[in-house]
Ligand binder design. Sequence first.
Ligand code: ZN
Ligand code: ZN
Length: 429
Amino acid sequence: MTAASWACTALLCWHLNFTGALPREVHIDQVRAHAAGQRPVRVLIFNNVSRITLRPQVAVAIEDARAREHLATALAGAQITLSQATAGIAVQGPGMRLTASEIRILPLTDDGGIVISSHGGWGRRGLYQGALHVASTAGGLRVVEHLNLEAYIAGVLAAEMPSYFPLEAMKAQAIAARTYTLQHLGDHADDGADLCARVHCQAYAGMPPPDSRAVQAARQTAGKVLSYHGLLIDALYHSACGGATAPAWEVRQGKLLPYLCGVEDTPLSSELDQPYCARDHDVAWTTRLSWQQAERLISSNLGVVLGRPELSPGTLESLRTVNARNTERVAWLHISTNKGAYRVRGDAVRWLFGAGHPGPKGLRSTAFALELEENTRHMPRALVFQGAGHGHGIGLCQWGARGRALAGQTAREILAAYYPGATVTDLRR
Ligand SMILES: [Zn+2]
Ligand SMILES: [Zn+2]
């Protein structure tokens, strides 16, 4: 995974985990079978695609997933295409032409995977090593990969962090990602999966090279998770906090989670006064919207973020932010229009200014100060957001983990800084 392609998944995109719901309680004993490799993780890797091309590196068996019947075997190097047919899925390959309502494709040896590419829908071309469950849905074909937890974690690391990040940062990320995975099993139950391969859950793009730091970090931390009083913690993480992480209650409106209380991300030593995530990395950002652009975005997004899609907010009159106590983050945005007054909470402020302009998904973070620019007649002309950091700001700061590792901290020290009070537990003991 190159730094450039990584930037697309973790830096430029957004973590969308906020549903406002409290995390469910998962006891560490409930997930030991996954850590022991006895139960796979099911990852939605392609969805709503019209056609899939498979190039297995090893021989694969194709089965009817419902009848559990062997249908065919394809040799390494064969090209197999899957497309939607009235009876389900049409499978075509060398000397092979069959249909089934649902299929399973199993690599027959573990020394290689299947290169998968697709047309339409979403999914990332890559090398996948697990068993593939392919179903035909109203939107198109859907592929769910069933694979070992540790293989999945190596793939997440390769997609979530650039390969040049220091090993201790990657190990901290591995433990956080493993915890996050086990805490969120079944989040995509409606898709027959546990998690999806997008930033919505965790970025994942298949198998990284066997000699990569991602594989090394997953292996060196195998089975390790973060727990608090015997329960898995909700190990949220984000790209860069910009100076201090966000207390989870600020966004979740739920009970105060001690390990997600929000911490300063700055070194104690006076020699370095910049945050760990700002070490040779620019965390500051400015977004300027003309008054008309802001009005247009509010008009199209306010109803959606407030859960009242029919809302038509009217002409914008004024905007005001209220910060969370003792933090640089905006807790509320107060909006007045000629039709009424509205309040938008926490992370939803980012989505309010999203879609189209300034970027596909809105403001980079809620750690911003808002200034109003006026024209010569003292009429509002533009909104200027001056902010820091990228992402929701909760839990582990990925660029901060890098800065801390470069300053000599170990993975355990990095985790203790971002999830204070949580314990590193080995599920295989
Ligand atoms: Zn997801
Ligand atoms: Zn940070």
